[in-house]
Design a protein around this ligand. Structure first.
Ligand code: FE2
Length: 348
């Protein structure tokens, strides 16, 4: 896919003056939803609706095919970027992360104190939680849903401009502070940090803020970067290392106007060059990641744009919130673009 290699002399972050005769290619403002797979819809409902307190916005029985039941969870009545679609696939094998798949889904929380309340709530419900870890750009706790999907709750701040100028993100490889890496951090102290009282109810300060980031695994960071930048209009905003494995590169792309990183837009990838471990579909492994395409009037310009890059985008069956395009990234990651029909609301 040579058409998607980075353009020589145009490093990420450099402003390119558009030609007055050529309309700029479309770019996505961020995520629309993520699609997860469960072996047990009841268990997923109890977890996403009950434990995490997300709104069940839509549910339906699906006849025929591998999916038997479909649910959509979200917040704020279904704001794009907060949506989690869960498909029940009874009899599906256990999925596993790997190249071309999602490693984890991070949801946003306001700050450290609210994160510690979540840690207490989850622990008291018998769900193992690790962290909070200082990731430099945010603080993170980790746990799994009943199907084994890794989830993270990440704080809003301090943000990506903590170690680079806000108007020049993603320009150089940043080595994490060794005190944040295994061997340099105080694991016992991290384990001990928790809210002191039980948290049986989700209090307003614990409100989840939608998708904070989604992290996948690729065997080709350079090729995926070219794809995300040229096909979707995302921009490289951070080049660093996996802070649980200092030998693994970790790059972040997002909707970034050169000043601010848009919320619910950050796709991050671990680089596993040469890895034979490909993502295995099944329960506990995300099936696809969906970005916003904008108004349905943009549908044909997106398709033309993707085809001009040698990326055939199939017109998929309409998402309940509007038409959509499905496409496959160079490393195999399944993606969608979801469009908004006039007069409709997400996700119904
Ligand atoms: Fe993460």
């Amino acid at each position: 896919m040579t058409a998607l290699r980075p353009t020589p002399g145009s490093p990420a972050g450099q402003t390119v003056t558009p030609s007055p005769d050529v309309p700029p290619p479309p770019s996505t403002p961020g995520f629309h939803h993520i699609t997860l797979v469960t072996a047990d819809a009841k268990g997923a409902l109890a977890f996403y609706g009950g434990v995490l307190g997300l709104e069940l916005l839509h549910e339906e029985t699906v006849d025929g095919g591998e999916t038997s039941y479909r649910m959509v969870f979200g917040q704020e009545g279904g704001r794009p970027g907060t949506l989690i679609e869960v498909l029940e696939q009874r009899g599906a094998p256990r999925g596993f992360f790997g190249v071309g798949g999602v490693h984890h889904l991070a949801l946003g929380v306001a700050d450290g104190p609210s994160q510690l309340k979540w840690k207490r709530r989850l622990r008291d419900l018998g769900i193992p939680v690790s962290g909070p870890y200082d990731r430099g750009y945010f603080h993170s706790i980790y746990f799994r849903d009943p199907d084994g999907q890794i989830l993270e709750l990440a704080t809003r701040g301090p943000g990506y401009a903590v170690d680079e100028p806000a108007d020049a993100l993603g320009r150089r490889l940043i080595q994490p502070d060794p005190r944040r890496l295994p061997g340099g951090r105080d694991e016992a102290a991290i384990r001990a940090r928790i809210h002191p009282e039980p948290v049986p109810e989700i209090t307003p300060d614990m409100t989840l803020e939608g998708i904070h980031h989604i992290t996948g695994i690729t065997d080709d960071l350079e090729g995926m970067g070219a794809f995300l930048e040229r096909a979707l209009g995302l921009r490289l905003v951070k080049k660093t290392l996996n802070q649980d494995d200092g030998r693994t590169l970790h790059y972040f792309w997002a909707s970034y106007d050169g000043q601010e990183v848009a919320p619910a837009s950050c796709l991050t990838l671990f680089g596993w060059p040469g890895s034979p471990q490909r993502a295995r579909p099944g329960f506990g492994q995300a099936r696809s990641v969906a970005f916003q395409g904008g108004h349905e009037a943009a549908f044909s310009s997106w398709r033309t744009h993707l085809e001009s890059l040698g990326l055939p985008a199939a017109s998929a069956p309409s998402h309940p919130s509007g038409p959509r395009l499905s496409l496959t990234a160079p490393d195999g990651l399944a993606l969608e673009l979801v469009f908004r029909e006039a007069g409709t609301r997400d996700p119904l």
